[in-house]
Write a protein that binds this ligand. Structure first.
Ligand SMILES: Cc1cc2nc3c(=O)[nH]c(=O)nc-3n(C[C@H](O)[C@H](O)[C@H](O)COP(=O)(O)OP(=O)(O)OC[C@H]3O[C@@H](n4cnc5c(N)ncnc54)[C@H](O)[C@@H]3O)c2cc1C
Ligand code: SF4
Ligand code: SF4
Length: 452
């Protein structure tokens, strides 16, 4: 049996589309009943094709892991290496100075700034990032921006399934210099694709990464449309990260618009199912991922979830710089007053992703152990399958999150079939309350320990 079947059947497929690009005759990308993209091995698939697909799949054991890729593409003697943050020349927290631009971006706008500069300096001909889709039933997809104005239009984080096979096909057929933007697993897969495909390797000049906690299925956007009072089937677009002028940056909004021009603004914190710790509609693969800071990307940008920065309503980014040219671009931006940056230590960068770090290190060790105990196939990770050192309550929280991920996906699928979305809240009420109780208990125990 091909290892690709293990990846897909084992729940490790993130639906990236790399297998389909590499071996289109043998693998396709489909949207499954949970509204997520998944690879599907075609009838009569050739084993040589599946082997080729394994070399690019981010969850297969066949190609190099994040550390091996990173060591190959970066010169470690020119920077520092810290576990989890990865290789870095510099670490910052900050934002673009232009206030008008800041309102249009997710956190500090550093991705949009960097991508625009790559175009302005004629270092690339096009940026490959996530844009509004014209396809029926799909809100966002990979597309190309060729001017800084188009890059700004494609700003904002899309917590939504995407796949890269079509844009990679385009790059292969159309000469040019490209900057590819992706969440960590997509950057890893794009790097692996470049090892296999010399044309892609020649044409993709920059790999621009987003820090990543997890990816959501389309059901997340559907749920938000329904909470906004719209029919999910009539949703036109959604802004998952709307900035409020009078709230902290981690207290953001969600704006939904339907095809009839109706708009609704939700406050994320007041909207059930949006707490990222709950992990509603999370891809299962994300529970087996150990790359938070897009360790193979030339630059990785996330939210500066640090108390000195979240009180700024307009948002700040945490920035990991790995590429020399990008370092020069940012240095010049700082000198010209286009960027307001403070240097960070690796510990501070890590602290900005505290929850994700715990879930993807100690939590991952426990989840791997669980799978091993059930003698299920697991991909090789940079984290060992151990859980002995995890306090019992923490272990319970990690395992409860698996339950919530599965439950939310199953119940939403059932509710959307019967068009009885209200049943989702009824059926998720007790599972969600159970999670809140575990978290509250953890807080009480911490307070007690600090007091004693
Ligand atoms: C699924 C997902 C999970 C994330 N999880 C975390 C997290 O746990 N912690 C954290 O600190 N940050 C996380 N981020 C990153 C964060 O949301 C911001 O993208 C980051 O702070 C960069 O902000 P910015 O203002 O520089 O981005 P912007 O200037 O707004 O630019 C964002 C760029 O990323 C592109 N883009 C948007 N969505 C995607 C996507 N799905 N795949 C590829 N490219 C995309 C856009 O097209 C745009 O070019 C996540 C992002 C995504 C998409
Ligand atoms: S993770 Fe990507 S490459 Fe691997 S099976 Fe899924 S779609 Fe294919
Ligand atoms: S958590 Fe990992 S596997 Fe999931 S989307 Fe993010 S980078 Fe990909």
């Amino acid at each position: 049996m091909s290892e690709l079947k293990n990846v897909i059947d084992g729940g490790y497929c993130i639906g990236c589309g790399a297998c389909s690009y590499t071996s289109r005759d043998s693998v396709e990308i489909v949207e499954d009943e949970y509204r997520q993209y998944q690879g599907r091995i075609k009838l009569g698939a050739k084993s040589a094709d599946l082997d080729k697909a394994l070399e690019v799949c981010p969850f297969s054991n066949k190609g190099p892991n994040e550390d091996e890729i990173s060591q190959n593409v970066f010169n470690y003697s020119e920077g520092s290496y810290t576990e989890v943050v990865g290789f870095h020349r510099a670490l910052y927290a900050g934002h673009v100075s232009e206030e008008a631009l800041r309102t249009k971006v997710t956190s500090g706008g550093i991705l949009t700034y960097t991508l625009s500069e790559l175009l302005k300096r004629d270092l690339v001909d096009a940026v490959v990032h996530i844009k509004t889709s014209e396809k029926t039933g799909t809100l966002f997809e990979y597309g190309f921006s060729r001017t800084p104005e188009e890059v700004v239009q494609g700003a904002k984080s899309r917590y939504y399934p995407i796949e890269l096979s079509e844009v990679m096909d385009f790059i292969r057929k159309n000469d040019g210099r490209y900057a590819f933007v992706g969440i960590p697993c997509f950057i890893k897969t794009a790097r692996r694709m470049c090892r296999q495909d010399k044309v892609l390797a020649e044409r993709i000049h920059f790999f621009v990464g987003l820090v990543c906690g997890h990816l959501k299925s389309k059901a997340y956007a559907d749920m938000l449309a329904w909470r906004a009072g719209f029919d999910p089937a009539e949703m036109k677009t959604i802004d998952f990260r709307h900035k409020f002028k009078d709230r902290n940056s981690d207290d953001y909004g969600i704006c939904v618009e339907d095809i009839n021009g109706n708009k609704k603004e939700l406050v994320a914190r007041e909207t059930p199912g949006t707490n990222w710790g709950l992990g509603f509609f999370k891809y299962e693969a994300c529970d087996y991922c150990d790359d938070i800071f897009a360790e193979t990307a030339d630059i990785a940008v996330g939210d500066a979830w640090l108390k000195d920065y979240t009180n700024d309503s307009q948002g700040n980014s945490v920035v990991v710089v790995r590429n020399k040219t990008i370092q020069t671009i940012l240095n010049e931006g700082i000198e010209a007053g286009n960027l307001e940056f403070n240097e960070l230590t690796a510990e501070e960068a890590l602290m900005s992703q505290g929850g994700g770090f715990r879930h993807r290190r100690t939590g991952l060790g426990d989840r791997l152990l669980l799978k091993q105990k059930r003698t299920e196939w697991v991909p090789k990770k940079r984290v060992d399958a151990v859980s002995v050192k995890i306090p019992l309550l923490r272990k319970l929280i990690y395992r409860y999150r698996i339950y919530l991920r599965e439950k939310s996906a199953d119940i939403w699928r059932d509710c959307s079939k019967s068009l009885d979305y209200a049943a989702f809240d009824r059926r998720m009420k007790w599972p969600t309350n159970g999670y809140s109780m575990l978290i509250k208990l953890g807080v009480q125990i911490r307070k007690y320990r600090q007091g004693s």
